[in-house]
Design a protein around this ligand. Structure first.
Ligand SMILES: [Zn+2]
Length: 307
């Protein structure tokens, strides 16, 4: 018997087997780095006879480009990377994130913060630390006393209409020092990547997360949130990053070129290059394959090398 599972409510993974996902932000077309991540997660799901889902991470709407999501989905299809369930859009998930914030608030872990970036910078410098310009600022806990207020006065203080930042209090010194009490919802009302990804992975019953190594530093925060929300913890695997000639991570910021998927030959070349980045170096670069044939061969190679 197949259990009917609501795709949108967090529930235990009742024998659903492997469920993986690819979750691009629609800030531009796929480039060779993001295609390698897509292919790695797809191959891992197929090699485990699992399901592969796609989620559009458009939670930070101001950064998203119109039509980029459709374009990315078209590129995935051109590369034969078909998904097994409806695409989930984070921009349509606000009520689920609000419910999770409410749940965290009940646990007494959430507090409001009115610090501006400059406040935070000043507080950090007052501790004699000069923050690295390129790094995320580690919140020094200035507004943490609000936590007691929240605990004493209860849920009516969680007023989502207030233009304040909502942070989660960390209970381990390690995390406090490495990432600081991090933001769940920004003062402009948008939920953060950390919050959205954890709620959505649980809602979609994701069991395996295969993603780029640039996201590895988020894992501790995500596990902390999963534990606080009483969600199951998926397995994480981080793929090597695709670097450019200067050793920089390929990204839209470094003007990485979009992959070309206008015809089958170009799509196959893009896939073969992605496989090379993933370390599937013994795969033939023959151009006589159809994309479906090549993906079967690549799945077998992944199974032999990675599992
Ligand atoms: Zn603050």
């Amino acid at each position: 018997m197949i259990l009917a599972v609501s795709a949108l409510s967090p529930s235990a993974n009742f024998g659903l087997g492997y469920r993986g996902r690819f979750a691009p932000s629609p800030t531009g077309p796929l480039h060779s780095g993001s295609l390698a991540t897509a292919l790695g997660s797809w191959l891992d799901a197929r090699a485990h006879d699992g399901r592969w889902l796609v989620r559009i991470e458009d939670v930070d709407l101001p950064r998203c480009k119109p039509k980029a999501a459709e374009f990315i989905l078209g590129q995935l299809q051109a590369c034969g990377l078909h998904w097994d369930e409806d695409v989930l859009y984070q921009s349509q998930r606000t009520s689920a994130y609000e419910a999770a914030l409410q749940q965290l608030f009940q646990t007494g872990l959430v507090y409001s913060c009115t610090c501006t970036r400059q406040h935070i910078l000043n507080a950090i410098e007052a501790q004699g630390i000069t923050p690295n310009r390129h790094q995320e600022l580690i919140y020094p806990g200035t507004c943490r006393p609000a936590l007691l207020l929240a605990r004493n006065f209860g849920a009516e203080l969680l007023n989502l209409a207030l233009p304040v930042t909502w942070r989660i209090a960390l209970n381990s010194t390690d995390l406090q020092q490495s990432v600081g009490d991090f933001v769940l919802r920004r003062a402009d009302g948008f939920f953060t990547y950390q919050m959205a990804v954890v709620v959505d992975d649980a809602a979609q019953n994701i069991t395996h997360i295969v993603r780029g190594a640039d996201l590895a530093s988020n894992t501790a925060r995500q596990i902390y949130l999963q534990t606080a929300l009483n969600y199951p913890m998926p397995q994480y695997q981080h793929l090597p990053l695709v670097l450019d000639a200067q050793g920089e991570k390929l990204s839209k910021q470094t003007l990485a070129l979009a992959i070309h998927t206008e015809n089958t030959t170009l799509s196959l070349q893009a896939l073969q290059q992605a496989a090379h980045h993933l370390g599937l170096s013994n795969l033939s670069n023959d151009s006589h394959y159809t994309i479906a044939e090549w993906l079967l061969v690549a799945t077998q190679a992944w199974r032999e090398q990675k599992i």
